[in-house]
Design a protein. Structure first.
Length: 255
């Protein structure tokens, strides 16, 4: 388990509840990708399951995704079906790769509703997607290492889409498994929604620089800057409205 310089007593709780756990303690918050890579480097199992600390897994969740991975001979990246804390379907944790059109839909505030409708209409147990979110992601350990792990240029957000895109380039698909259900409580960040929005925008900009055509990059930067400024203004002028439109509730998701 990797701890990114937490200050909430997590280390004491882990030591008490899981005395046999191996703890990797960072002196500063190195970011999600760096922490995952450090923990993966110490892992000895055949599979790696990336799990956020704000995840509640439903019964049989891990077993369901592991069994399906074995059926696929592990030539895939697998995620689960995600819900918010109030048990609404969370459309943010699987979907299409980030794109210029996707960023425009962020501004319009309709991307998550489109993704949710698509998830509801799909009845297949295993659904092919471009990527699954790093908050619950199963991958073979050797594949993870062969791909170089997560790209540490991503501090938080979009490192999962980048990883799945690099996997797709070598023929490894991504799926979310409807039988592996979990609740994602949204990743409460200590500095609030404005800080989270900046991280989300930063991750998308890094992703665009790595994967999208050069002519699209300035447009994406302008779109995200406009969205970020609007969120900051709303959070200052109408803090209650900003809270309701938090990314944790799926309204600004790039998935």
């Amino acid at each position: 388990m990797a701890d990114n310089a937490s200050t909430d007593g997590s280390l004491n709780l882990i030591a008490a509840k899981l005395p046999g756990a191996t703890l990797l303690i960072f002196a500063r918050n190195a970011g999600f990708a760096a922490a995952v890579n450090a923990a993966a480097g110490r892992a000895r199992a055949s599979f790696l399951l990336l799990i956020n600390p704000d995840i509640d897994m439903r019964p049989q969740c891990v077993r369901a995704v592991l069994e399906r991975a074995e059926q696929l001979n592990a030539n895939a990246i697998l995620g689960g079906l995600s819900y918010f804390g109030d048990m609404r379907l969370n459309p943010c944790n699987a979907g299409h790769f980030p794109s210029l059109i996707g960023c425009l839909l962020i501004i319009l505030g309709i991307r998550s509703r489109y993704s949710e409708n698509r998830m509801r209409k799909c009845t297949d147990q295993l659904v092919r997607v471009d990527f699954v979110a790093g908050c619950f992601l199963l991958v073979r350990a050797d594949l993870f290492r062969n791909l170089g792990g997560l790209d540490e240029r991503f501090f938080l957000y979009s490192e999962d889409a980048d990883f799945c895109r690099r996997a797709a380039a070598v023929g490894v698909p991504a799926f979310f498994h409807r039988g592996a259900c979990y609740v994602h409580h949204g990743g409460i960040l200590p500095r609030g929604n404005r800080f989270k929005a900046r991280l989300l925008a930063r991750g998308l900009v890094v992703y665009a620089r790595r994967h999208l055509p050069q002519w699209q990059r300035p447009f994406i930067s302008i779109i995200l800057a406009t969205w970020l400024i609007r969120r900051i203004v709303v959070s200052v002028v109408c803090p209650r409205r900003a809270k309701r439109s938090s990314p944790a509730r799926g309204q600004t998701c790039h998935r």
